[in-house]
Design a protein around this ligand. Structure first.
Ligand SMILES: [Mg+2]
Length: 232
């Protein structure tokens, strides 16, 4: 079957956020800037507890269904609560507004060249992310990648569903008028990206730049340029 489309995850597939630390580290740096000091260990515990509570109160499943700002406000408030920082609406808003100052992003070096070559081959290009549409827009702007590079971009609020839900992938395929077996999906997360895409019938590729992945049964690439040899 000829490949007609290549779809990408965004974070740590096209755009590198990883070098700037985990969300726990970013949160810690934001708090320090606000005069509040917590150890990374405390941050990790607070995140785990916040995640548990978020599941219990269905916050996680509301991602994409409620507004981006509201979702992150509720999340930040939960983390603060589990850090045992007195409930403070204002502080949670400040964490949110300062967040982007403490996280930076870069485009992986081969991305533009690969996207250009895929376009030259007249393949359709898509982006499917578990970020909100406005976050995708901001992230692409920051790394100077035109949104119009993509024939479609799908965020959590586009379908109100999150990867690995196969419906997210199917939505993109339908919009692109491409069959699942005619599409490649490339992502960095085994459960969310690789298995999600595979369950939706796409040809999944895992990008594993540091070769940490030990599962030998997965189709893995180290660099996005390797896609080019699979779409000839
Ligand atoms: Mg990712």
């Amino acid at each position: 079957m000829t490949i007609k489309a290549v779809l990408f995850d965004m974070g740590n597939t096209l755009v590198n956020f990883g070098d700037f630390g985990s969300p726990e580290e970013v949160f810690q740096r934001v708090l320090i800037s606000l005069g509040i000091s917590r150890s990374l260990d405390d941050m990790k515990k607070a995140f785990l507890n916040a995640e548990k509570e978020a599941e219990g109160i269905n916050l996680l499943s509301s991602m994409g269904k409620i507004k981006c700002e509201e979702f992150w406000h509720q999340w930040d408030s939960l983390v603060l609560k589990h850090l045992r920082i007195a409930e403070d609406e204002e502080l949670a808003r400040m964490v949110q507004s300062k967040w982007s100052d403490f996280v930076d992003s870069t485009l992986y070096p081969e991305v533009k060249e690969v996207l250009l070559e895929l376009k030259r081959r007249r393949l359709k290009i898509g982006l499917i992310s578990n970020a909100y549409e406005e976050e995708i827009h901001l992230a692409l702007e920051k790394v100077d990648l035109e949104k119009t590079t993509f024939d479609i971009t799908v965020g959590v609020d586009t379908t109100k569903k999150v990867k690995p839900n196969p419906d997210v992938f199917k939505y993109a395929l339908k919009k692109l008028d491409v069959k699942a077996e005619e599409a490649i999906f490339v992502g960095d997360n085994v459960e969310v990206d690789y298995k999600g895409a595979e369950n939706a019938g796409l040809h999944a590729l895992l990008v594993d730049r540091t070769e940490k992945q030990k599962q030998s049964d997965l189709r893995t690439i180290k660099n996005l340029k390797e896609i080019l040899s699979q779409t000839n």
